[in-house]
Every structure is written in C-alpha cells, then in structure tokens.
Ligand binder design. Structure first.
Ligand code: PLP
Length: 423
C-alpha cells in the first residue's frame, strides 16, 4: 500500500519529518489498530488542531485573561465548554487540562492536601496510575489505598470498596480505569463516597465516547467530578476535560489555572469543540453502539477459540485477555501481533503473577476499527487473526505472521481510516 504525499508545506520545509509523518500515516492505514485507548480523529478534528489558534497565549478564562487579543479565543473556549456541558449534561466544564494525567492532578489540587488518603482501583487490577498508584506523583504525594476486582469473577467487589472506604476515610474516591471491561456502577460508588464524605471522581477517559453516544450509563447524576481525556472513544484530539456540579466549578478552575497549568492549548480546545459537535450528531450514537457491538462480538469469537477473558467478556469497548492458558506471555504475543499488522498492548491481568513489564495479558478494543467501518461481520476474521498470531508467537512462526499481515492489509485497504490520505 502507498499513500499520496500530504502536508506540502511540511514536505518543502522539512522533508525528513514529512517523511516520518507519511510513514506513520501508512502504518495507521494498513494495520488493524486494537489499542482501546486509541482512535482515528476526523479530518475536521485534525484540521482544527493544526490552526493558527496555536499562536495565541490565553492564560485565564473567557473574560478574565492575563493577555489581550482574546476576542476570538474566548469564543472558541466558550463554544467548547457549552458543547461539553450539552453533550454530557454537566453543570460545569473546564476544557483546558493538557491531558488526562494533569486533569487528574488538578482534581487532587482542588480537593486534597499532600499526605491525604485517596482511593482508587489498583493499576494491575485495571485502574490508572493517577488514581494513587505508588510510582505516580499521586501515590507519592498522597496516601493511595487501592481496591481491586474479585479473583473468581474479575469484577469489582463493592463490599471490599465499602469496607476499605469505611476503614481509610479517603478524601477522594476514583472510579473508572484503563483496563476495565465492565460497566461502571457509578451509583454504587456514589453511595459509598457519600457515606464516608469523600469526593467521588469518575474518570471516564476510556468510555467518554460511549457515554456521549448513550452506550454506557452517565456518571453525571452521581459523581462530584468527572475527568476525561478527549482522544479515546470520544474521538477528539489529545487533551482532557474536567466536569462537575456548579458547586465545585471554582475549585476546579482554580486548580487547573493558575494551580497547575499556564496557557491553554487553544488549537486543542478548538479540536475538542469539533469533536464534541461530532459527538452530538445522531451518527455518533450509532458509532458508540457499534463499538460495543463489535467488542461483544469479538469477545464471543475469542471465547469460542479458547481465549480466557477477564470477567468472561465485555460490556464496553475493551477486552482484557489472560494468555496464561495459551502458554504465551503477553509481551511475546503483542510483539508477534505487531509483526502481523495487529496493534495491541501487553497488559497485566488481575492477580497477575508476572511483572508489569512482562505481564500475562493483552488488552484490545474496538474504537479504531469501528471508526473505519468494520462491523460484527468482520469479528470472526479479527479473532482468527489474533488466534493465529498468538499460535505463531508461541511457535515462532514468522511466515504465519507475514501471511496474516498481508490479509490484514488487504482488508484495511477496503476500509479507509478517517483523517488519513487515501492511496
Ligand atoms: C482512565 C484513564 N485516566 C487517565 C489517563 C491519562 O491520560 P493521558 O495519557 O492523556 O495523561 C488514562 C490514559 O490512558 C486513562 O486510561
């Protein structure tokens, strides 16, 4: 496959970098991208993120900036905020956080003090680093206590969450995560948070697009604060947002700026606004539903091929596979699948006896392939490729991986990705 050269100004000014961008475009075009935190943004989102809004400094908030010349930027940011509030039904939105991790750090800054106890799902059980895990600043400057999932079911044990919350009385409770294949019960978390007087933070980074599209329940009635990245299922630029009830608006805004950040990335704010506009269209509801339908179909096909899925399947866009029964370490499988043109990430599974850098599982998801238009009809083929790839990883059969790569590339050529040049 080859793609036409795009970005003429870049090509003229810096052919070396232009060629790297071209190579990445080709890679994204001809591979089957199954990393659940990735997606393809639309051409409109890409364009917005490459505009002259990039040139403007605008510390502060609309109508209260520390730099002049904000006649347009104020409108851009206000548009993004209003769209976020409308799409999610939130009372307040801050669209300035640079990414998901700084967004979460701003929540700590707003509601806790160094040394305070905070509670989140442990990283190896599916939580995110920024939910109080030891190696993160959030687990170093705060006292992180962690809940997990039950070993027999792979789902959250609310008796454990409640017991831990009563014992530790955390200031913050995070729900949501980075490898959670099941619906998050925001109401159950809210009940526990209320009982111990904690601020409930719903980190919906992974599922924001599903929530916007009505394919996952919303945390808005339950959570005090909602944190999300904008670049996963929401299909926006790399960025983040914080949403909350009006009562917490001041604390959140103050924590983001001047507490943690300087000037917002206005080109990203613009692209977030575009993504939110797209997420408000009826077609996005179809997309969100299709992401889940594809994930459920793929999970069914993998189970039929003897794969062990954490929690036995999925309710959302994400599947976590324990490859122990296949006798292939996650990293070996991920590297082999990459060679076969199938991009996944190796991942710990709950109660993993192996180390995080060499864990037992792989994590896959359907946001990207659904953006290309693949449907449940394609999932048997996808499962077959994964099955053959994992088998080849075990036997070291390079020829089998090359053959899969050709098959993957052929299918992908028939389903051009949004935002990429077509060859
Ligand atoms: C649940 C969750 N929160 C926060 C983040 C952090 O986002 P970022 O990588 O943009 O800092 C991630 C990223 O994967 C995530 O999955």
């Amino acid at each position: 496959m080859s793609l036409p050269l795009s970005h003429p100004a870049l090509l003229a000014a810096d052919p070396e970098l232009a060629s790297l961008v071209g190579s990445e475009e080709l890679l994204q075009s001809e591979t089957l991208r199954l990393i659940p935190s990735e997606n393809y943004v639309s051409a409109a989102v890409l364009e917005a993120s490459g505009t002259v809004l990039q040139n403007k400094y605008s510390e502060g908030y609309a109508g209260r900036r520390y730099y002049e010349g904000q006649q347009v930027i104020d409108q851009v940011e206000t548009l993004a905020i209003n769209r976020a509030k409308a799409v999610f039904g939130a009372e307040h939105a801050n669209v300035q956080p640079y990414s998901g991790s700084p967004a979460n750090l701003a929540v700590y800054l707003a509601f806790a003090r160094p040394g305070d106890t905070v509670m989140g799902m442990s990283l190896p059980m599916g939580g995110h680093l920024t939910h109080g895990w030891g190696v993160s600043a959030t687990g170093t400057w705060f006292r992180g206590v962690q809940y997990g999932v039950r070993q027999d079911t792979g789902v959250i044990d609310f008796d454990q969450v409640r017991g831990l919350a009563r014992k530790e009385r955390p200031k913050l409770i995070f729900c949501g995560g980075t490898a959670v294949p099941r619906t998050i019960d925001f109401a159950a978390f809210a009940e526990i948070a209320r009982e111990v007087d904690a601020v409930l933070v719903a980190d919906i980074a992974h599922i924001a697009g599903l929530i916007a599209g009505g394919a996952h329940p919303s945390p808005v009635p339950y959570a005090d604060v909602i944190s999300t990245t904008t670049h996963k299922t929401l299909r926006g630029p790399r960025g983040a947002m914080l949403m909350s009830r009006e009562t917490h608006a001041k604390a959140i805004d103050k924590a983001v700026f001047p507490g943690l950040q300087g000037g917002p990335h206005n080109q990203t704010t613009a692209a977030i606004a575009v993504a939110l506009h797209e997420a408000a269209q009826p077609a996005f509801r179809d997309y969100a539903r299709a992401v889940v339908a594809n994930a459920k179909a793929l999970a069914g096909e993998l189970l039929a091929r003897g794969f062990d899925l954490v929690s036995g399947g999925t309710d959302n866009h994400l599947i976590l596979m324990d490859l122990t029964p296949k006798e292939v370490p996650g990293k070996v499988a991920a590297k082999a699948l990459d060679q076969a043109g199938i991009v996944v990430n190796y991942n710990t599974v709950p109660y993993d006896p192996r180390k995080p850098f060499d864990p037992s599982g792989i994590r896959i998801g359907t946001p990207s392939l659904t953006s290309r238009g693949l449907t449940t009809e394609h999932m048997p083929a996808v499962a077959d490729w994964i099955d053959r790839g994992v088998t080849a990883a075990k036997s070291g059969d390079e020829g089998a991986l090359t053959k899969i790569r050709a098959e993957v590339s052929e299918l992908m050529a028939a389903y051009p990705a949004p935002g990429l040049p077509t060859g």
